[in-house]
Each structure stands twice: as C-alpha cells, then as structure tokens.
Design a protein around this ligand. Structure first.
Ligand code: FDA
Length: 393
C-alpha cells in the first residue's frame, strides 16, 4: 500500500504530526505497536496531563546543541497548542509556574488529537509490529510490518525514548537512526527520583511522605521547588528537575531553608527564647517528623538553644543550607518521565526535523536529543517538533 507519509509511534509527537500532515492534504498512515494511542498523555500529570507551559523558552531544554530546539518551538508555540485545546473546548487551568493541566482528564487531549487525525483522513494501524524499514530507490521508504508492506515518500520516526517500558517504550528510534548511519548520543533516565545508600535511605524511609520546599543543586544548576521523601529515596519536583542535570557519582546539595538565613533566625531565637528546645525551634521551620530524623542524622541531641556551642551552630547551619547527599543512583527508566540523549541533532534540520543526509526521513519528539524541564516542556517539544515535520514532510 502506498502512502505519502508513514509515521511510527502514535504518542504525543506522532499524533500531532499525523494531524498536521493530513491537514496538508497528505495521505498519512500512523502505526503503533500498542492497542491505543497516547498512553503517556493519558497517565501524565496524574491523569490530567501538564500539556504545556506559559513560559516555554529554549533555555529550559537540555540538548548538546542548545540552539537546536529554537526553530520548532517558535514555529509552533505553546499559544498555538492552547488555541487548539480551546478550539476543542477542553477546560484547563494553570497549576503553578505556568504549568497548564486539563480540568477534567487527559483523555480529552487524546480524543482531541485523534479527532484532528480523523478529520485529516489519517489511517491508524495499532497493534502493528514494524519488522523492517528501508530506503527505496523509487518511492522513498518502505515499511514492512506484521500486517502489510507500505511505501511512502516520507518516513517519520516518533517512537519516543526508553522511559517507562511497561507503557511500550522501545529503542526502535535509535535502531532506525543507527541503520541510517546517524549517531545516537548516550541515553540516561531524566526527571527521575534518586535512590540512596542504606544509611540515609533507612532513616528517611521512616518519614516518607514529608515534603519540604528546598533548593536542590547539582554541579551544573539548581532548582527551587518541593522535595519529597519517599520509601525509596528522594523525589518531588526539585529532585526530578535536578536529576536531569546529575551525573552518577556526584553529590547533590540540598538547601532546606532557601528562603531565609538560618544563622540569623537561630540567633534571634537564642536571644528571644534561650530556654527553647532546639527540636521545638526547628519544628517552627520544618515538619516535626523531619526534625527528629534530621537531628539523629546529624548526631545532635536536642538541647536548649542557649547550650548550642559554635561548632554545633556551624554544623547545623551547613547541614540546613548545604546538606550534601550522594545519591546511589536513580530509579532508572522504570519510573523516569523522560530519556536524556538520543538521536544527535547534528544530523537533523532544526527547521523541519528532516535528516540532512536522507531526505524524507524525520525524527521527532523524545527520540531526539532534546529533553525539557518538568512542567509541560516535554509535551510542547512533542507538539512543536511534530508540527514542523508534519508541515514539511
Ligand atoms: P511517546 O512515548 O509519547 O510515544 C511513542 C509512541 O511510540 C508510543 O505510543 C509507543 O507505543 C510507540 N512505540 C514505541 N516503540 C514502538 C515500536 N517499536 N513500534 C511501534 N510503535 C512504537 N511531559 C510533559 O510535558 N508533561 C507531563 O505532565 C508529563 N508527564 C509524564 C508522566 C509520565 C509518567 C511519563 C512517563 C512522562 C511524562 N511526560 C510529561 C513526558 C512525555 O510523556 C513525553 O515527553 C512525551 O510523551 C514524548 O512524546 P513522544 O511522542 O516522543 O513519545
């Protein structure tokens, strides 16, 4: 069977790309090995999908070439996607930091994308395994699946990265890239919780569920958001963000009191209430459960504030403003929201996502070495990169 465009992967990028290409009058086939499209959209944002962000900017993306994402993000912006959501009368709201979520359910977003595809005459082929893809001398590309053989002028790879294999993630895109001689930059899990060594994991597990507004720093950057203590280690937005910038073996530094100066508040408290117990003072700043565990970890007995000596004060201050933690690792692709690395953007046109040396072949979405921050940035990359490929295939 002959199509103008065959897209492999009916996730965020593939669905949007298919709708855009179909709307250009192209005969489009959208293939996925899953039963249904958009599985990650459905579970994202706790079922409400953080589908974009008011403050999309290239600086919030990680890529070997930091300029690469600019073109696609400016050709199809967050405002364009918001307009599509509004056209479909899907109610949404800003949660925090410009993050936009559906009021009701992410199902509405998937239904919207499927509707756009149907309107554009896109043919779906689910539960379809791709056996082989090849460049042909005449038509462009051929795709052999367990169901049929297809030829097309443009072949678009939108099969995502490695995160969450149980949702159907595979290294398919990287294999196709390698088949066509493109470099795949080393991949690793991003936006992922940290795991800890037993000496920290065990006491912290006792207080899992405690969330603290912190600043988490890696040697490259820092994020001011909440940190969540879990029974496996550390999570929450600040930690997930930092994980994308962290390299194995490095320390992270946690400032537990980023909005104030601990030395000052401690001195004020000593002056005002010298007989106050240290743990009661700390409980005015942090959850009580956390304070008890934290003092045990520092091996500081609770005492009256006036009894604290210089060394103890300095130790407390350093531990509160610069708590050094060496994660033992991350939870890996099993729980990671994204995959860092991927198809090297040097091979791609930033304007169209087309492979420079193979006209008609495109890579879009998470398969490519472009990874956004937490907060709707990754879906926006999927919409934008899908759009430019859809317009140019
Ligand atoms: P995506 O993974 O969406 O789609 C790839 C498709 O290809 C899938 O349908 C898969 O079945 C198919 N496929 C894979 N291998 C195949 C093969 N061999 N043959 C055929 N088909 C194949 N981002 C964000 O901006 N806001 C958010 O709220 C969240 N939340 C979130 C929660 C969780 C739990 C996860 C795991 C991820 C997020 N993300 C997110 C990230 C976001 O989901 C991700 O960046 C996009 O889905 C990437 O879109 P793609 O279309 O590139 O891949």
């Amino acid at each position: 069977m002959k199509f103008d465009v065959v897209i492999i992967g009916a996730g965020a990028a593939g669905l949007h790309c298919a709708a855009v290409a179909g709307a250009q009058g192209k005969k489009v086939l959208l293939i996925d090995h899953a039963k249904r499209p958009g599985k990650k959209i459905l579970i994202s944002g706790g079922g409400r999908s953080n589908f974009t962000n008011y403050y999309i900017e290239p600086e919030k993306y990680i890529c070997e070439n930091r300029h690469f994402c600019k073109s696609a993000l400016s050709q199809y912006t967050q405002w364009d996607f918001i307009a599509l959501v509004e056209k479909h009368k899907i109610p949404y709201h800003e949660k925090t930091l410009g993050q936009l979520f559906c009021d009701n359910s992410a199902k509405e977003l998937v239904a919207m994308l499927v509707k756009e595809c149907e309107k554009a005459g896109v043919v779906f082929s689910f539960q379809t395994e791709v056996i082989n893809t090849e460049k042909t001398s005449t038509t462009g590309y051929s795709v052999i699946t367990n169901k049929d053989k297809y030829t097309c002028k443009s072949l678009i790879i939108a099969s995502g990265g490695l995160s969450m294999p149980k949702l159907g993630a595979t290294p398919f895109a990287y294999k196709v890239a390698e088949q066509f001689g493109l470099e795949v930059l080393p991949t690793r899990a991003g936006l992922v919780p940290f795991t800890l060594q037993p000496e920290l994991k065990t006491p912290l597990a006792e207080i899992s569920g405690v969330s603290i507004p912190v600043s988490v720093s890696t040697p490259r950057t820092s994020f001011n958001e909440d940190m969540l203590i879990t029974h496996r280690g550390l999570s929450g937005p600040a930690v997930l963000q930092a994980s994308s910038y962290w390299l194995p073996g490095e320390d992270i530094t946690v400032d537990l009191y980023p909005t104030g100066n601990f030395d000052e508040v401690l001195e004020q408290a000593i002056a005002a209430q010298p007989m106050l117990q240290l743990k009661n003072f700390l409980s005015t700043l942090f959850a009580k459960r956390f304070v008890e565990t934290f003092l045990q970890l520092l091996q500081i007995e609770s005492m009256m504030l006036k009894q604290l000596n210089h060394k103890q004060k300095a130790n407390l201050s350093t531990s509160i403003h610069a708590w050094k933690i060496k994660p033992s690792g991350t939870e890996g692709y099993r729980t990671a929201e994204v995959t860092l690395g991927g198809v090297n953007t040097d091979h791609l046109s930033s304007k169209t996502m087309e492979v420079k040396d193979h006209p008609g072949l495109f890579f879009i979405g998470e398969a490519v070495d472009v990874t956004g921050w937490l907060g709707g940035y990754n879906f926006q990359w999927a919409w934008s990169s899908g759009y430019v490929a859809g317009m140019n295939c």
